[in-house]
Design a protein around this ligand. Structure first.
Ligand code: HXC
Length: 257
């Protein structure tokens, strides 16, 4: 598959996707969206891939939606084509995705990172929702996902002023899972993804589903959902293997069944 805006490769059981529009600091245009959905579909269908890493360049994870593409559009254009709605499908990929963020993750770039399941940031990372400085507001989930991630007051601060926060602040705020030295970024993300890929696939997918459910439902319904998934995993060979291996003091050999 030839991609114009991405580099797509596998590293063992990990699918690695690198945003590759260096001339525009990886600004997210309609081609990036189309190709990212395609790459996700390929990795989702590939049984040899257990998790993915999404990254950008050292300078920018992504500096936002492509302002040059949006600038000429009017209301009828954006409403008619439901601009940005395609990104909802990016957030729906079932295998875990780790965002490895270096440099700018602004606007749609920050929102894309928040569509991933784990955010590992380089010390150089800068997060922000600067749409307000362009006369608009976040349109790829920023007002919703950032608020859920960091709470109302930090989200308001970022979304109303458009300021950037560095990796340390983003980690304190709960947006970032880990902060690492720049030279460790990709390895840290690939190692975490390889670890996930080595685990039993049904339990990994259900764990992701269960955590995401916490953002959608009441505690009582969420607990019921979790318990039913938990129960269902006792129908897998991997549950027997995982628990037997523990008792026999050996490594489990999961079959993803
Ligand atoms: C299109 C972009 C871009 C973007 C950068 N570029 N961000 N092109 N869309 N979002 C382009 C620049 O135009 C420039 O191209 C090249 O990338 C390098 O950028 P510079 O500005 O020269 O780099 P620098 O001075 O280092 O500043 C980096 C920066 C700045 C602080 C990240 O580029 C910036 O503020 N970018 C916009 C950030 C932003 O507002 N993002 C939110 C977008 S709106 P040329 O051709 O001039 O060399 C958004 C909304 C989502 O995401 C949904 C709803 C509306």
């Amino acid at each position: 598959m030839a991609y114009e805006t991405l580099i797509v490769e596998t590293r063992g059981a990990v699918g690695l996707i690198t945003l590759n529009r260096p001339q525009a600091l990886n600004a997210l245009n309609s081609t990036v969206l189309k190709e990212l959905l395609q790459a996700y579909e390929v990795f989702q269908a590939d049984d040899a891939v257990g998790a993915m890493v999404l990254t950008g360049s050292e300078r920018a994870f992504a500096a936002g939606a492509d302002i040059k593409e949006m600038q000429p559009l009017d209301y009828v254009d954006v409403y008619g084509r439901d601009l940005m709605s395609g990104w909802d499908d990016v957030a729906k990929v079932r295998k875990p995705v780790i965002a490895a963020v270096s440099g700018f993750a602004l606007g749609g770039g920050c929102e894309l990172a928040m569509m991933c399941d784990i955010i590992i940031a380089s010390e150089t990372a800068k997060f922000g929702q600067p749409e307000i400085t362009l006369g608009v507001i976040p349109g790829m989930g920023g007002s919703q996902r950032l608020t859920r991630a960091v709470g109302r007051y930090k989200a308001m601060d970022l979304i109303l002023t458009g300021r950037m926060m560095d990796a340390a602040e983003a980690e304190r705020a709960g947006l970032v899972s880990r902060v690492v030295a720049p030279e460790r970024l990709l390895d840290e993300a690939l190692e975490a993804a390889a670890k996930i890929a080595s685990l039993s696939r049904p339990s990994v997918l259900m764990a992701k589903e269960a955590v995401n459910r916490a953002l959608e439902t009441t505690l009582e319904e969420g607990l019921r959902f979790e318990r039913r998934l938990f129960h269902s995993l006792f129908s897998t060979e991997d549950q027997k293997e995982g628990m037997t291996a523990f008792i026999e003091k050996r490594k489990p050999a999961f079959k993803n069944r």
